[in-house]
Design a protein around this ligand. Sequence first.
Ligand SMILES: NC(=O)C1=CN([C@@H]2O[C@H](COP(=O)(O)OP(=O)(O)OC[C@H]3O[C@@H](n4cnc5c(N)ncnc54)[C@H](OP(=O)(O)O)[C@@H]3O)[C@@H](O)[C@H]2O)C=CC1
Ligand SMILES: N[C@@H](CC=O)C(=O)O
Length: 458
Amino acid sequence: MRIGLLGHGVVGQGVRKIIDAHQTSATAAMSVVRILVRDQSEITDERITTDPEEFFTTDMDVVVECMGGVDKPFEFVSRALSAGMGVVSSNKKLLAHKYDELQALATQRQVPLAFEAAIGGGIPWLHNLALTAQVDEVESFRGIFNGTTNYILDEMFTHGQNFDDALRGAQERGYAEADPSDDIDGHDVKYKTVLTANRIWGVSVPLEQVPALGLRHVDGRDAKWAAAHGKTIKLLGMARATNQGVMAGAMPVMLPANHLLAGIHQNFNCAMVNSNNFGEAAYYGQGAGMLPTAFAVVSDLVSVQALMVQDSFALAAPGRTVVAPMWQEAWGQNASPLSREVASVDQLVSSPAQSLEVAPMDQSALQGKYYLRPENSEDFDLLWDLVEFTRPEKLENGAILTGGVHLPLLMNSLRRAGFTTGVVGDISTLVCEVEDSSAKMVADRGLFLALVDSGLNE
Ligand SMILES: NC(=O)C1=CN([C@@H]2O[C@H](COP(=O)(O)OP(=O)(O)OC[C@H]3O[C@@H](n4cnc5c(N)ncnc54)[C@H](OP(=O)(O)O)[C@@H]3O)[C@@H](O)[C@H]2O)C=CC1
Ligand SMILES: N[C@@H](CC=O)C(=O)O
């Protein structure tokens, strides 16, 4: 199978290394024939070019996109699909923003579009979800889906590093995005959560309706509060299917210190799914980094390769042959070559067993108990804004509790807004509803907010 690589950074180099090593029969049957880079200084091999026309006029079966960003990769991936080439991508930002367009193009051209590496790094998450959804109804999922922020939290709270040094460490190890804001502000987790929800439930969750809260303002005060209350802070992606539609969010969560996810360290991710027969299941592994991510890209290439040969069993890697009977059933005994009379890998491997109506986000599900800590507890304007976004009319027992917040000031501002508040114990929580707009306000105003309890993280 002839492969073209778009991008030769952390992931691209990992993919080239694994394939060039030809360590298994599957990878021995693959070759990277062309690599597109941006800068002349990156040309270190006769396969590398800076010219997109030279890239696209090369004879290739599959294009691997690992450039990052949205506009340019969208142009290149669309071009590859339109030309009848399969595409494997690790780029969740592209896929989350252009999901419908790319799916439609792959389906129309009947070529594979696969993106295991886009979610959870090396973890075979979509692959296992697809199998789960062949048997069960998937009710919900949640997990740690970002290696950079998990590494930062671990370095800060377990090893006492400051935020900036921990971020630098994640960048040096190749975990962070080119612009790490996507990691820090929760957008990367939001893209992965939305993509997973789209894949399992056959929906297209609107990105703009999914709140993303990040870790930009987390500090030692939060760690101290968490520890004093037997909790740990983790950044989670969460989604649940309800009668009203899919609800989803990406936000820091105060987890009980003995929770499975509380024990996930460094760049590791852990994705948990709940389905009606199997119950709770968890998938664990490195969620970021060169070789774990490249492993997932190449595992998708193995799947695509299996579609291209008559005898798909021969080339399927050990441990993945379980997929073959499924393909056999879907494709018949004579698996067709790529782009001839075939469904896409996307439809095949992850065709949703449940296909929900595309429903708007069920915002009320995001109502819950939140921990909050402003940078400055005397910031009256911020406290006033908090009143605005807590929507007091929707609360039954609106409760603001202490922590970093200057309680009397907060109580006053809430009373002025006709808010009935209650103080419960010494927990620093606010019962409120978080939408994407309030999430932005929270980030812009230096507030650290973490979910303690809601319908989403049950
Ligand atoms: N790193 C990781 O652990 C993981 C990354 N991903 C995703 O994989 C993708 C790649 O990530 P990563 O390898 O870390 O990123 P890098 O920044 O290391 O690599 C991207 C490469 O693509 C090149 N590139 C960007 N735009 C163009 C263009 N227009 N033409 C040619 N080359 C271009 C970049 O060149 P230049 O240096 O000149 O900008 C760079 O070499 C991203 O979408 C990321 O989100 C997914 C899972 C894990
Ligand atoms: N920046 C991402 C890379 C993998 O998706 C992360 O840290 O998880």
